[in-house]
Design a protein around this ligand. Structure first.
Ligand code: IPM
Ligand code: MG
Length: 367
């Protein structure tokens, strides 16, 4: 059987640095676990713009459609802020999500024991926290038409449209219910049905899908209340299902509960391909962090944990995924920390590569 394939798009800022550590782990998996992944690399975001004048070349888009999974680093940076909207680095990312039809964006927020002190919330509120936000990723106000900026009676008007079809809400809801079935069987759906028709439809459709998952306890919450509840008592949640815009905001909020954005992976999944696995792209939740790019200080954990998600969801290698997640946890418990995970008075921060060294050592020790 052919090796599984992976398209790496390291992108901008700290993307290439954290991706170097991921590549070392892929090599380790081949050497030590006989799990060989065929890796190819290409450009996205500002890096692609610099070469092609577009944040995602058509040839890259085509390869993304063919491989078993895509792993993306980060896009964007101050250098590109002046670009026209249509060629900004973020457009490359949105094109991948849209054209691959990656409608279910899984954003776990898990608090590692060793990091519970880093949360801006009190330790007892977050220790043991393990929630999963499922964000609809291909529709809603990010993509709805009409959109644009035009002039009306001498004044400029900016328009975006929140638009959801029943089908779009339903397929994401099914993904969320399926995931809830494998966890604590609790799903909270968030919208603004009190002020938005799309929210009313959202609530109706999720309730209809619930009929197929009677074992799951379903609740509904207005998204603003959801934001409050996430910082008041986050452990009340198991799986949260919400739309593209609310999910963008709520997942940043949930991420920070865990102490550092530098720890959080994500998976964006679409419909099953011929091999039965979903079309998939994996990315760390953190951005390109231009302030520390090129300094070797970035935390590679979120990108490494994104590889773990790829092992689980795209490569049928759940055992290796768990091994990798455990290795990260072991290293944190040993006190190895990149700068983002240091107390102000703490000792010497590990570099990106030193963090990678420690994780590989923990992997080897696990054999
Ligand atoms: C995210 C990011 C993106 C989004 C940006 C970079 C386009 O914030 O993945 O959460 O808004 O979806
Ligand atoms: Mg975001």
């Amino acid at each position: 059987m052919a090796n599984p394939s992976l398209l790496i798009l390291a992108g901008d800022g700290i993307g290439p640095e954290v991706m170097s550590e991921v590549k070392r782990i892929i090599t380790w998996l081949g050497d030590k676990r006989d799990l060989h992944i065929d890796v190819e690399e290409d450009l996205v975001g500002g890096a692609a713009y610099d070469v092609h004048g577009t944040p995602l070349a058509d040839s890259t888009m085509a390869r993304a459609q063919e491989v078993d999974a895509v792993l993306l680093g980060a896009v964007g940076g101050p250098k590109y802020d002046v670009l026209d909207f249509s060629v900004k680095p973020e457009r490359g990312l949105l094109r991948l999500r849209k054209e691959m039809d990656l409608y279910a964006n899984l954003r776990p927020a898990q608090c590692f024991d060793a990091l519970a002190d880093f949360s801006s919330l009190k330790k007892d509120l977050v220790s043991g926290l393990d929630i999963l936000i499922v964000r609809e990723l291909t529709s809603g106000v990010y993509f709805g038409e009409p959109r644009g900026i035009h002039e009306e009676n001498g004044t400029r008007v900016g328009i975006n449209t929140q638009r959801y079809t029943e089908h779009e809400i339903e397929r994401g809801a099914r993904a969320a219910f399926e995931l809830a079935m494998k966890r604590d069987k609790k799903l909270c759906s968030m919208e603004k049905a009190n002020v938005m028709e799309s929210g009313i439809l959202w609530r109706d459709v999720v309730t209809e899908v619930h009929a197929d998952y009677p074992e799951v306890e379903l609740s509904h919450m207005y998204a603003d209340n959801g934001a409050m509840q996430l910082v008041r008592a986050p452990k009340q949640f198991d799986v949260i299902y919400t739309d593209n815009l609310f999910g963008d905001i709520l997942s940043d909020c949930a991420a920070m509960l865990t102490g550092s954005l530098g720890m959080l992976p994500s998976a964006s999944l679409g419909a099953p391909m011929a091999n039965g696995r979903p079309k998939a792209m994996y990315e760390p939740v953190h951005g390109s962090a231009p302030d520390i790019a090129g300094t070797g200080k970035a935390n590679p954990c979120a990108c490494i944990l994104s590889l773990a998600m790829a092992l689980r969801y795209s490569y049928d290698a759940g055992v290796e995924a768990t091994r990798l997640e455990n290795a990260v946890e072991t290293v944190l418990a040993q006190g190895v920390r990149t700068g983002d995970l240091m107390q102000k008075t703490g000792g010497k921060a590990a570099s990106t590569a030193e963090m990678g060294d420690a994780i590989i050592a923990a992997l080897t020790a696990s054999l």
